[in-house]
Design a protein. Sequence first.
Length: 443
Amino acid sequence: MKRFWLVLLSLGLTMSFSVSAFAVDVKFSGSMYAAGMYVNKTSLTDAGDGQNTAFYFQRLRLQTEFIAAPGVSVITRADVMERVWGATRTAATDTGASTSGSLATKAENENIGFDYAFIQYATPMGTFKVGAQPAGTWGTVFGDSAGPAFRIWYMSPSLGGNFQVIALMQKGLENSYTANNTTATQSDKDYEIYVAGLIYRTKPVTAGLAGYFYNNASTRDNTATSLKRKFYQVAPYALANIGPVKIQAELSYQFGKWAEYDTAAGNTDVKLDSLSYWLDATANFGMVYVGGTFAYSRGENADTADVKENSLTGGLDWSPTLIMWNEDRAVWFGALTGNSVTGFGTGMSNAYLYQIRGGVKPTDKLDVMASVTYATADTTPAGYVSKNYGYEVDVTGTYKITSNLSYMLGIGYLITGDYFKGTDSNNKVVNDYLVINKLTLTF
């Protein structure tokens, strides 16, 4: 018995002396938010008193870095308890993907769902990342929909003091014969993305150019209409600080084959010709700032069946408004429509957006901002009475309670445009408003 207690005491001392070493080798970071949202009308159709909705929601996002050796680490990230308070849980059998940028399903994220698991290796020759890692972002926030993807990623060290090169391969879909896909009969049904980019940095200016190649054969099958998609994307961006003015600009253009049929007989290939861009400027004058934004995303032209135009969007991460295009509204409330087939979904699509805004920071902790936004469609489906999406007025206030804890209160009012009347000018539409308050902690 004495020998047993001696061994146990020795193990305890060993563990206690090792605790500090463990702490040095593991880093935790992340964020958590809890928020409440009220939407006065769940539809922009004038149907009696209409229906409103109000609910609370939350998400904990936890990232862990395990440092195995200098420059070598394993990084993981998980979303925890991502759910509406008291709402019915998503069925475990529901394999639908989460809309909040996650590899996990909705059901998994309502408990715990892992998004990242990758090796990061920093060397004098550059940094490598291999595994499920961050993806969906480039340049400015416009066009970004951050989320994980399976990648091999490389970024060079600084070249010539100002340049860096980035290159990656991303696996979108794998349909080869595996233990989980024993019915596979075709070898070329996968989806890969290849990217190469160049970034230039100086103190006042950052600029970059990325080129993408999308090779999507996952749409192929053993039929006469079997097709694949092979297309390209170029995406330049720039950020500049000129005196008190900060300017951001980004453009994305996609071209190639949206549908390249395996059998030419009876089929017509579909070209891809999609464009989106934005220009944003903010000027700071002490405690006051003013700014403006112009953004565009090409719509689908009903007269060009052999050309796909509407593939690029403003991205889920870019939230210029509280109602029209906003990540929280899209993820937690869903799409807002009227008599039309389409409405305000996730990223800005098929639209011109014009915005002016101004704000004041009376203290380091408080930021109050107001904006007016007008949006119109680039194209409309056949027979629509108008391209006018409407006007939106937003007022938000953000207060920093501590250095890493903030509270935001926002009110948005939408003056609904006639686009939402659809194909009948006699259809009625209603204005709408949204109230959101959000407590956010970062660590």
